[in-house]
Ligand binder design. Sequence first.
Ligand SMILES: Cc1ncc(COP(=O)(O)O)c(C=O)c1O
Length: 399
Amino acid sequence: MKINISERAFKSPASAIRKLVPLADKAKKKGIKVYHLNIGQPDMATPKPIINAIKKFSRDTLEYAPSEGIHETIAAWQKFYHDKSVKFDQSEIIVTSGGSEGLILAFLTVTDPGDELIVFEPFYTSYAIMAAMGNIVLKALPTEVETGYHFPPKVMIEKAISRKTRGIVLCNPNNPTGTMYTSQEVRMIADIALKHNLFIISDETYQEIVFDDKKVLPFMSFTKLHNQLIVADSVSKRFNSCGARIGCVASKNKEVMAAIMRFAQARLSVATVDQLALIPVLINSRQYTEQVKKNYKKRRDMVVSELRKIKGVSFVVPEGAFYIMPRIPVDDSDKFAEFLLNDFSDHRETVMIAPATGFYKNPQKGKDKIRIAYVLSEEKLQRAIRLLGMALEKYNRKK
Ligand SMILES: Cc1ncc(COP(=O)(O)O)c(C=O)c1O
């Protein structure tokens, strides 16, 4: 007799970004160079102090860290926020295994099975998997390429709120769109949360990566909101250290933090060496994030100027993170992504992109869009986007 897994495990969506990997591996085996624009893995060097701290680790025993995090690492996160004029006490921060764990803990802390969280579509794929883990319903409100994926009007958001709605999840600037929500938009979400007594789960993974002298208005600047706000954060992107697996969850709501602590005790602790290694950059963050931001701005400009040359591609220039989600002239972005890896190359080179279908609750909505992560040098990006243009022509000629 077949033994079944749980329905929630069975129904959990697969990561949209990774499903094309076997095709890319096949292309590489054939000797084709693949430019990876499909995944948010920065190519820049991890800051030296992180690498040096790992190399110099010299304790005799690799002990468990405290469940809430190593005291000095919590203090380092506190300093990181202080430098952004955001004040958290040490008791209001728990170190997590990447931003991902913080988000999972936050989702599970504010919902019961069947409860709803509002997200804005297209959204970061893992939110759907995290929701599936807790039998949480994601209410996805649409945003459109024509308006740069900015929020729908307030009435539309309020209309989506039901008795089951527990919170709003958002990332500013956003993955997968690169949109930076304006101060007015942040204020609007804060107003809605206050009026309807909802939590805000603020994913701040990319917060410093914004261009053209723009600056994200942090939800923490609304004192009235403090009891309803949970910040989930990460060192991965801003310090080019995705493999360190360090993040944090922070909130002024004592009940929330006590609950997250109980969950955190079940996984005992976060890796000791990585927690220690991140301290020097967290306490001196600007030194690193300023350069990261400058590099991504140049890359964004390169991608935008090359995309503009391709007929039928439309987008609004993104303001932050390192993603862009243009509409492209194809019938099916999944098929096009496969075509790039299976059937196209120019001088034995091709490009890998993420079809937008994986970022929508209803995949149909992503059939005419792709997500590009501009995580390569400008020179490589120029070549990669030109390859994309050639491939589009060939794909459409084939039909
Ligand atoms: C929007 C967003 N949130 C959270 C994360 C989680 O990052 P990590 O677990 O590496 O900190 C990512 C990673 O890509 C992301 O794009």
